[in-house]
Write a protein that binds this ligand. Structure first.
Ligand SMILES: [Zn+2]
Length: 374
């Protein structure tokens, strides 16, 4: 049995980006409720640990002081701040009252998770409210205000650790990739829907890092309608080889479930079966594991996927039948998907061909150049 920790606070779902915004705090609340319904926090091998606010020093490991101050002022509704300068506005990144506290709590949750893993108290910790992989040093991006992943990796680098970051969100993990693009002690791997079809429009196979970091950024852009079979094949074909060769001290993951076929924002076609197969592969590669949530916008999907993911982390197979209080409240009966999306053969074959070309390219480029430890 692995010892795992789940980081939470009810304050994480008190406030959010607004009723019309896809990033509904309800997704966090329901995940917490579903895990609770399965009794996930009733064992001494699974710790339920309170989140805390990030400190200014932690935020400053990645973000500029000017940006941190601007987020504080905007959060309090102060006049005289040019919101557009920091990419806030009515679209992806709206300003809301208490934004600073909410977003700094998400980042602080990741710091708690990191501390638990580094101290050896647990082997894996899940900061399910985090994974804000698009946020940049001086501006918000793609629903992300503070980049908890980048701050956590900076802290690990300061401890002398080698870090492998695996991002399976449907969107390219651009903010994290950019933060460590010229670093050979952080391997960033992102599988995502191609930037030709989806925000943020980057993450092409040619993006492999620069300077000493050349070969330490890995991207596999996938075609719309890529399904479980192709995704899991591509992941297993390249990720274990890369991670084993790199030989990290710790694996960091962003486990967005916006790859799911029912997700309203993107066009990949995974089910919980493919998602779990990938998370299981990650577990087999991770000496220690710091895990973040991420995207995922279908309320009937996110709680089930993250419950399954936490089960993999903690080595616990939850029964498929959803316990009655949750099932009755939300009208869901099974934890796992029992339907697959219908895809025409030619659509499936096209997606498979694109993945095969990408995997072959990565084998010739990053897999050849990557070095283990000295
Ligand atoms: Zn996403």
């Amino acid at each position: 049995m692995t010892k795992a920790a789940f980081i939470y606070s009810e304050k994480l779902w008190e406030r959010g980006h607004g009723e019309a915004h896809p990033l509904q705090p309800e997704r966090l609340k329901r995940t917490y409720e579903l895990l609770g319904a399965y009794g996930a926090f009733d064992s001494e091998d699974s710790l339920l640990v309170p989140a805390r606010q990030a400190t200014l020093e932690e935020l400053g490991l990645f973000h500029s002081q000017e940006y941190i101050t601007a987020v504080q002022k905007l959060s309090r509704g102060e006049e005289g701040v040019n919101a557009a300068r920091y990419n806030f506005g009515s679209g992806d990144n709206p300003i809301f009252a208490g934004m600073y506290e909410t977003e700094a709590l998400k980042l602080g949750a990741g710091m708690v998770a990191l501390e638990l893993v580094l101290s050896g108290e647990v082997e894996v910790a899940f900061s399910f409210a985090g994974g804000m992989h698009h946020a940049r040093p001086a501006y918000a991006s793609g629903f992300c205000v503070f980049n908890d992943v980048a701050v956590a990796i900076h802290k690990m680098l300061a401890e002398g650790l080698r870090v492998a970051y695996i991002d399976i969100d449907v969107h390219h993990g651009d903010g994290v990739q950019a933060a460590f693009y010229d670093n050979d002690r952080v391997l960033t791997i992102s599988f995502h829907e191609s930037g030709y079809h989806l925000f943020p429009g980057s993450g092409f196979v040619e993006e492999i890092g620069k300077g000493v970091g050349r070969g330490y950024a890995v991207n596999l852009p996938l075609a719309p309608y890529t399904d479980d079979e192709t995704y899991v094949w591509a992941f297993q074909e390249i990720v274990p080889l890369l991670v084993q060769k790199f030989d990290p001290d710790i694996v960091v993951t962003q486990l967005g479930i916006d790859t799911h076929y029912q997700d309203p924002l993107a066009h990949l076609c995974l089910t919980t079966e493919g998602y779990v197969a990938v998370v299981e592969t990650i577990k087999s590669l991770a000496p220690r594991w710091l895990s973040f949530g991420g995207g995922g916008y279908e309320l009937d999907v996110v709680p089930r996927a993250w419950t399954l993911a936490y089960g993999v982390m903690w080595d616990k197979e939850f029964p498929d039948e959803i316990p009655s209080p949750y099932a009755d409240k939300y009208g869901l009966t099974t934890l796992r998907d029992h339907k697959k999306p219908f895809l025409d053969d030619w659509v499936r074959d096209q997606a498979r061909s694109q993945a095969e070309v990408g995997v072959e390219t990565l084998k010739k480029t990053v897999l050849r150049s990557i070095q283990g430890r000295e």
